[in-house]
Design a protein around this ligand. Structure first.
Ligand code: HEM
Length: 202
């Protein structure tokens, strides 16, 4: 992968925007401004951030194809890794505070609270995606198999949105907005696949 001055700038931009929310939360934590329930605040922030970065990752191909923003492709891995990074922070917050470090209680919690089971399932699916994000793994798997595996990103995002719907009690505005974006992105994929199939001579 060659890096031009432009792509270096784009990478810096993604790093900046990826780390900024964490820095702001840390800063607010340091000055005691995380509200009445800081643990809930951090859990919710990290969950939403993971979902936001997942949706942006999924938007890369449509944006590239529709607007010719090919530079985004080089940044997709980094954006996806930020989704994993915030997902990991989310999991750590849950383990450290919700479970108070008692890992033996996690299995029972997964069985008791369906939203935890769905969150856990989605997070576990993110692990192979993060592990196979290196150039070496892309080569080892081969482009087609790698692309197939990385379609799991959609499953992770669907799981994340479902998890969100199960958490909110009355106001479903935010999970519904994420669901809408996901539907648009999935719809774009389906239309693109249908167009491609129609072009291929039978
Ligand atoms: C690793 C497994 C996971 C566990 C144990 C977990 C656990 C939790 C918990 C305890 C909450 C707070 C619930 C509350 O305040 O009542 C939460 C909220 C949330 N989680 Fe997860 N989660 C997991 C994975 C994920 C993943 C993979 C995503 C996204 C891709 C995600 C996105 C969210 C969102 C968006 C919220 C709600 C934020 C809000 O209320 O504003 N979670 N999760």
């Amino acid at each position: 992968m060659t890096f031009t001055a432009d792509s270096r700038f784009h990478t810096q931009l993604i790093w900046f925007n990826g780390l900024l929310p964490a820095a702001l939360v840390l800063f607010d934590g340091w000055r005691g401004a995380l509200g009445a329930n800081p643990v809930e605040f951090v859990t919710r922030c990290s969950g939403v951030l993971s979902l936001i970065f997942l949706i942006i990752t999924l938007a890369v191909t449509p944006l590239r194809k529709m607007y010719g923003w090919n530079w985004l492709l080089k940044q997709r891995r980094l954006i996806g890794l930020f989704a994993f990074y915030y997902g990991t922070a989310h999991l750590i917050t849950y383990l450290a505070f919700d479970r108070e470090g008692q890992l033996s209680t996690v299995a029972a919690d997964v069985l008791k609270r369906p939203f935890i089971a769905i969150g856990m399932f989605s997070f576990l699916l993110m692990v192979p995606l993060a592990i196979t994000s290196t150039n070496r793994m892309i080569k080892r798997l081969g482009g087609k198999r790698w692309a197939m595996l990385h379609r799991l990103t959609y499953v992770v995002a669907i799981g994340g949105v479902w998890h969100y719907f199960l958490i909110v009690k009355s106001d479903i505005t935010f999970p519904a907005l994420f669901a809408l974006w996901l539907l648009v992105l999935l719809g774009w994929r389906v239309v693109a696949a249908l167009k491609k199939a129609a072009k291929v001579p039978q």
